[in-house]
Design a protein around this ligand. Structure first.
Ligand code: SAM
Length: 426
């Protein structure tokens, strides 16, 4: 493994040293120490996710915003491109935007793209007041005594699977009644925001719950989440303003692409942007089954309902989102998909790009070496900083408290340990 070089460090800390006129070597070291200790502290932070638009949806295996912010601050400057090829719920993109970086993300899950887009789309005051006016009517619309307004096309496609039993139909009907009025909102970004409030409320009501709430509780929670999300939305918008990002016109928006990272080098997006300074991501984990695209209702029954609420199509099985079937003993499918993905990442990188990842494994003893070989064969080499290592392998590991990917599993599992991996081009 290689250490971060003086050149890396002077790039990373150049902006600050220029601003504060701290050019002496010992000061660089001090800044290095400060930034690195912030990163380490953030990595071990166990506070629940909060702030900005982060809580708009609980995406599985999401990053800690605190860690993401520290990594972006440590490794990039204002205006740099930050890329998350497996963007999931968009944590990297939100933090990159509020820090004044240019944010790009890709994901093959249309739900991830929907959520990331809503979380990174600033709404104006008039958007918010039009939405508030619409929301006031929802309490009447959601009344279960209203005649049904069935979402026939979605039903026929199977998107309401497992949400029609005695306990869950009131939630399904409340959703249907509300969604049938969504076109009363004029703008797509307003409709998407409201869909996201419904998505969050329905996730709260249905996913991994022992008791399904009543329709009345659902309506109350919907209003509560709406109010909270307006606060988060304003916080996000004000944070952008503070950094004067709104003056950047089109560049103010994060770019959320619904596509695989494989082949990204052929996409126009990196023809029009400089290579990313930082690729900050967490890929699908080797051997770990995560339900990115379903909720678990009444025990382990899966529903694709989140796609219906988000108005986006799915149609893929779990292995599509997780680099292949975890039941394959040697994970050869996983590693060949990972190889294709990292090869594409190598093609859009240059020698200044840092690839920073958090990865968990069901069995790190053999899966980590294999994963590192894949990275090496794709064109990356590992770099490290001894000061931040906390394990004999010279890397930084962290325990993720209460990691939970399924309804019936909580607590410390093999995948509760994550490692920080830092690479750059060979
Ligand atoms: C561990 S999650 C990322 C979570 C994210 N860091 C967050 O904070 O929410 C991994 C993501 O990789 C996506 N994914 C899997 N294969 C992909 C591919 N070939 N290209 C792009 N995204 C992919 C999955 O859909 C999933 O959303």
């Amino acid at each position: 493994m290689e250490r971060l070089t003086k050149e890396d460090l002077s790039y990373i800390f150049g902006e600050i040293s220029a601003r504060t006129n701290l050019r002496r070597e010992n000061n660089l070291n001090r800044l290095n120490k400060d930034y690195m200790s912030n990163l380490v502290e953030a990595l071990h932070d166990r506070k629940p996710v909060s702030g900005l638009t982060h809580c708009f949806y609980r995406y599985p295996a999401r990053f800690s915003p605190h860690f993401v912010r520290s990594a972006i601050k440590a490794f990039t400057r204002h205006g740099d491109v930050v890329f998350d090829p497996f963007m999931g719920g968009g944590t990297t993109l939100i933090e990159a935007k509020v820090l004044g970086r240019r944010a790009i993300g890709t994901d093959i899950n249309s739900l991830a793209v929907f959520v990331s887009r809503v979380k990174t789309t600033p709404l104006s005051d008039s958007d918010l007041s039009e939405i508030s006016f619409w929301i006031e009517c929802t309490q009447d619309w959601m009344n279960l005594r209203n005649p049904p307004s069935r979402a026939i096309e979605w039903m026929d496609l199977g998107y309401q699977r497992n949400i029609n039993c005695r306990k869950t139909w009131p939630i399904r009907k409340s959703l249907e009644l509300t969604l049938s009025k969504i076109n009363n909102l004029k703008k797509e970004r307003q409709r998407d925001f409201v869909r996201c409030v419904l998505l969050r409320t329905a996730q709260w009501a249905l996913d991994c719950r022992k008791e399904i709430p009543s329709a009345k509780q659902f309506r109350r929670q919907f209003l509560e989440f709406f109010q909270e999300m307006v606060v988060g939305e304003r916080e996000f918008r004000n944070a952008l303003r503070k950094d004067d990002i709104l003056s950047l016109g089109d560049r103010q928006r994060a770019t959320c692409l619904h596509r695989s990272v494989v082949g990204i080098e052929l996409d126009d997006i990196f023809a029009s942007h400089s290579p990313p300074r930082l690729i900050l991501t967490s890929p699908p984990y080797p051997g770990v089954h995560v339900l990115y695209h379903r909720w678990q209702v009444n025990g382990r029954k899966e529903t694709p309902a989140p796609f219906w609420i988000a108005n986006s199509l799915d149609g893929s099985g779990a292995s599509f989102y997780t680099f292949g079937d975890r039941k394959q003993a040697d994970l050869s499918g996983y590693y060949s998909q990972a190889f294709a993905a990292y090869k594409s990442l190598a093609k859009i990188s240059d020698k200044k790009t840092l690839l920073v990842q958090l990865v968990a494994f069901s069995d790190p003893s053999w899966q980590l070496p294999h994963f590192l070989t894949v990275l090496e064969e794709s064109g990356f080499r590992e770099v490290h900083n001894k000061k931040i290592a906390n394990a004999p392998d010279g890397r930084l590991w962290r325990l993720v408290p209460n990691r939970k990917f399924y309804a019936d599993q909580r607590g410390d599992t093999a995948a509760s340990n994550e490692v920080l991996l830092i690479h750059r081009l060979r």
